[in-house]
Ligand binder design. Structure first.
Ligand SMILES: [Zn+2]
Length: 406
C-alpha cells in the first residue's frame, strides 16, 4: 500500500476524506504519516481531509496515545474510527423466535432482547412488534431514535438485496415482495428523520457468514457458513463481501434434491432440508416417540446426549456433507463453518466423514471445518456490520459528509 502517489481509477475522489476513513477503519494506515504514504497526498491535504472527519465526529485520536515513529523524530498519534457517534439497530428473525439489539458502529452490543416472534404471523404484525422492541432497546441503551444511523435485518428466506424484499420465501407466508424497508423505517416512534435511515435486509445465513468472517476469520478470502436449524442455508463471503449471486439465490443449498421421498416445506420432494435439517431430525424423533418438534428441541436433546438424537444428527451430517463436497469443490474455501441448532460434535463428525471421502484432496487440503464463534449473535453482528460498511464506504461517506456540511 505504501508509496503509491497518483493512484488512478476514480481520479481525485480516490483520495477524499471517505478514502482516508476507509484506510483508518481497515487498519491499513492509522497515522497521518501512513496516510500520506498510502495516498501520496501532502501533509496539508491529509490534515484538511482529516479535519472534516474530526468535525463530523467520525474520527478520534487513539486512546493509546502517541506512538513513537519508527524513524525517530516527532511521535505520531494513532487515529481511530469513533464508533460512538451513532448507533445501529439489528434484528435476526427466525421462524418462531427473534433477537434484536442496539450496537455501536464498531459492533459492541449495547442492549439486546430475544423472544417469541412468529414469522408466519406476517410482516405487518412481526415488524410492528420489532419496532416496539427497538424502541425499548434504545431506551435501555440510553440512546435516542435520532441517533440511529441505520437498521439491519436478517430473515430466514431469499432476499433481493437491491430492494430489500423477500423473494418467494418457502417458510415466510405473506412476506413475498413486501416492502420491509418502508415498514421498518416507519417503525421507530418519534423518529423525525425516519425517511433517511437506511434499512438493509439480507438472508440470515449470509449475515451470519459476514459476522463470523469479519470477527474471527478476516484473513480468509473464501469463507462458507452452513446454518442447520429448522431449515438449511449457506452464506458465502468472498474477498470480504457477501456473495449473493445474480438474484440473491446463492447458498440456498437446503433445496438441492438428494433423491429422498420426504416432502419439503417448499412443496418439492427430496430436498436436503427435508431429510437432514433440525426439523427433519425432530420429525424422525417424534415418529420414534421422542418429544421433539423443532431444531431447537433437537439441540436440547443433543446437549443432553440423547442417543437417538445423536445417531440421527450424525446421519444428517453425512447427508449435508455429501452436498458440501460439491460446494467445497466449486468454491475451494479456507473455512467451512457449521452453525445452527445441529452444529455439534455428532453432526460435524458426519459432515467430515462424507466431505473428505467425496471431495478432491486439493479442495480440502487447506480447509478448516469449524463451528460458530458468535453463536446466536452471529446474524446480529453481521447485520450491524453490513449497515456500517454501507454507510461508511468511501463514496457514501463523502456524500454524507457533504450533507452534514463539514
Ligand atoms: Zn425444498
Amino acid at each position: 500500500m505504501a508509496g503509491r502517489p497518483g493512484r488512478t481509477g476514480r481520479g481525485g475522489s480516490q483520495t477524499g476524506a471517505g478514502d482516508l476513513l476507509e484506510l483508518v477503519r481497515s487498519g491499513r494506515a492509522t497515522t497521518r504519516g501512513a496516510l500520506q504514504q498510502a495516498t501520496g497526498l501532502s501533509r496539508a491535504t491529509v490534515g484538511q481531509r482529516l479535519d472534516r472527519l474530526f468535525r463530523a465526529g467520525w474520527l478520534r485520536e487513539g486512546a493509546g496515545g502517541p506512538v513513537d515513529s519508527p524513524r525517530g523524530g516527532r511521535p505520531s498519534i494513532t487515529l481511530e474510527f469513533d464508533g460512538s457517534h451513532a448507533v445501529v439497530l439489528a434484528a435476526d428473525l427466525d421462524t418462531r423466535h427473534a433477537r434484536a439489539a442496539v450496537l455501536t458502529l464498531t459492533g459492541e452490543l449495547l442492549a439486546e432482547h430475544s423472544g417469541t416472534l412468529v414469522v408466519e404471523d406476517g410482516p405487518e404484525s412481526v415488524l410492528g412488534e420489532l419496532g416496539r422492541w427497538f424502541g425499548e432497546l434504545l431506551e435501555k441503551a440510553g440512546h435516542r431514535a435520532e441517533e440511529v444511523c441505520g437498521i439491519g435485518l436478517a430473515v430466514p428466506g431469499p432476499v433481493d438485496s437491491e430492494t430489500g424484499r423477500v423473494v418467494q420465501p418457502p417458510i415466510m407466508p405473506g412476506w413475498d415482495g413486501y416492502d420491509i424497508r418502508g415498514r421498518l423505517s416507519r417503525a421507530l416512534p418519534e423518529h423525525t428523520g425516519a425517511s433517511t435511515v437506511p434499512v438493509l435486509v439480507d438472508n440470515d445465513a449470509n449475515l451470519m457468514a459476514y459476522g463470523e468472517q469479519r470477527t474471527g476469520h478476516r484473513d480468509c478470502s473464501a469463507f462458507v457458513l452452513v446454518k442447520v436449524s429448522t431449515g438449511i442455508g449457506a452464506g458465502v463471503v468472498v474477498d470480504g463481501s457477501i456473495y449473493r449471486g445474480i438474484d440473491g439465490g446463492a447458498g440456498d443449498i437446503g433445496h438441492i434434491r438428494v433423491g429422498a421421498e420426504a416432502l419439503c416445506r417448499c412443496g418439492s420432494y427430496g430436498c436436503l432440508a427435508a431429510v437432514a435439517s433440525g426439523g427433519a431430525v425432530a420429525r424422525r424423533l417424534a415418529g420414534a416417540g421422542v418429544p421433539a418438534a423443532s431444531g431447537s428441541d433437537v439441540r436440547d436433546l443433543l446437549a443432553a446426549g440423547h442417543p437417538e438424537a445423536t445417531a440421527l444428527a450424525r446421519e444428517a451430517g453425512r447427508q449435508v456433507g455429501d452436498v458440501l463436497a460439491t460446494v467445497v469443490t466449486l468454491l475451494n474455501p479456507g473455512v467451512l463453518m457449521i452453525a445452527g441448532d445441529l452444529a455439534g460434535t455428532p453432526f460435524l463428525t458426519g459432515v467430515r466423514e462424507l466431505l473428505y471421502q467425496r471431495a478432491l484432496p486439493r479442495s480440502t487440503a487447506h480447509l478448516d471445518v469449524v463451528t460458530s464463534q458468535l453463536g446466536e449473535r452471529a446474524a446480529l453482528v453481521g447485520a450491524g456490520a453490513l449497515v456500517v460498511e454501507h454507510l461508511y464506504a468511501p463514496d457514501r461517506a463523502e456524500e454524507r459528509l457533504a450533507a452534514l456540511g463539514v
